[in-house]
Design a protein around this ligand. Structure first.
Ligand SMILES: C[S@@+](CC[C@H](N)C(=O)[O-])C[C@H]1O[C@@H](n2cnc3c(N)ncnc32)[C@H](O)[C@@H]1O
Length: 207
C-alpha cells in the first residue's frame, strides 16, 4: 500500500495524543472540544460499525463500548498504539482498500477523510453505498465553507506564525462543505452538517 501521508504519521504517532489534548499551540483550535466531539460521533453510530483511520483509537474506544466495531488504520505506528490502547484487532487498510466485510450499518471516520482527494472521496462514498446498501455515514473533519473562509483561516494561521498548520492546510485535501454535501446527496443520502469549532464539521448522512 502506498499512501501519501504515512511519513507524517510515522513521526506524529507518539505525540498525537498530546496534540489532541490541546497541548500543541499550533493545533489547539483544530482540537478544541475533541473529546466531546468524539462522544457525539459515537452517539450517532448504529449497529455494526466500520471505522476508517482510527489513529490512536480515541473514537474506537468509545464505539467499542456499545457496538461491534471493525477498525481500519493504514499507519503501522498509529495502528500499534491503537492495538495497545484498545486491546482489539486493528486491521491494515485504508478508505479505498479494506478487508472484505459482508455487512456494515455505519461507516465512521474522524479527522481522516481529508487524506483523500475529492475524486477519491467520491469514489469511496459510492463504493460504500454500493457494497453495503447505503450504510449511515458519520464524518468528523476539517472543512471550509468557501474559498474565502479557507483563505481567511490560512491568513489567520500565517499571522500567528503557525507554519506547520499552514503547510498542512495547503497540502491536504480539506473539502468544501458544499462538495461533501453534494457528493453524499448525489449518492442518495440525506445530510446534516454542523460546525463544531473553527475548523471541524460533523456530517451525518442517512439514506
Ligand atoms: C489525524 S489522524 C486521526 C485519528 C483519529 N481518527 C482521531 O480522530 O484522532 C488521521 C489518521 O488517518 C489515517 N489515514 C491517512 N491516510 C488514510 C487513508 N487513505 N485511509 C484511511 N486512513 C488514513 C492516518 O494514518 C491517521 O491515523
Amino acid at each position: 500500500m502506498n499512501l501519501p501521508f504515512m511519513d507524517i504519521f510515522k513521526d506524529w504517532a507518539k505525540n498525537y495524543d498530546t496534540a489532541v489534548g490541546g497541548h500543541d499551540e499550533q493545533y489547539h483550535e483544530v482540537f478544541v472540544g475533541y473529546e466531546q466531539m468524539l462522544d457525539e460521533v459515537a452517539l450517532n453510530v448504529t449497529g455494526t460499525v466500520l471505522e476508517f483511520g482510527v489513529g490512536t483509537g480515541n473514537l474506537s474506544a468509545r464505539i467499542q463500548k456499545g457496538n461491534p466495531l471493525i477498525a481500519i488504520e493504514p499507519s503501522p505506528e498509529m495502528r500499534q498504539i491503537a492495538i495497545d490502547k484498545l486491546g482489539i484487532e486493528v486491521q491494515e487498510g485504508d478508505f479505498l482498500r479494506y478487508p472484505d466485510v459482508p455487512h456494515i450499518d455505519t461507516v465512521v471516520s474522524s479527522y481522516a477523510f481529508h487524506h483523500l482527494t475529492d475524486s477519491e472521496k467520491e469514489t469511496a462514498i459510492g463504493q460504500y453505498a454500493r457494497t453495503w446498501g447505503h450504510p449511515k455515514f458519520v464524518l468528523l473533519d476539517t472543512m471550509f465553507e468557501s474559498p474565502t473562509s479557507r483563505q481567511d483561516i490560512i491568513d489567520w494561521a500565517t499571522a500567528k506564525g503557525y507554519s506547520d498548520l499552514v503547510e498542512d492546510l495547503n497540502r491536504e485535501y480539506y473539502p468544501y462543505t458544499t462538495t461533501i454535501r453534494s457528493m453524499l446527496e448525489t449518492n442518495g443520502y440525506k445530510v446534516t452538517m454542523t460546525q463544531k469549532n473553527k475548523f471541524v464539521w460533523l456530517v451525518v448522512a442517512t439514506k
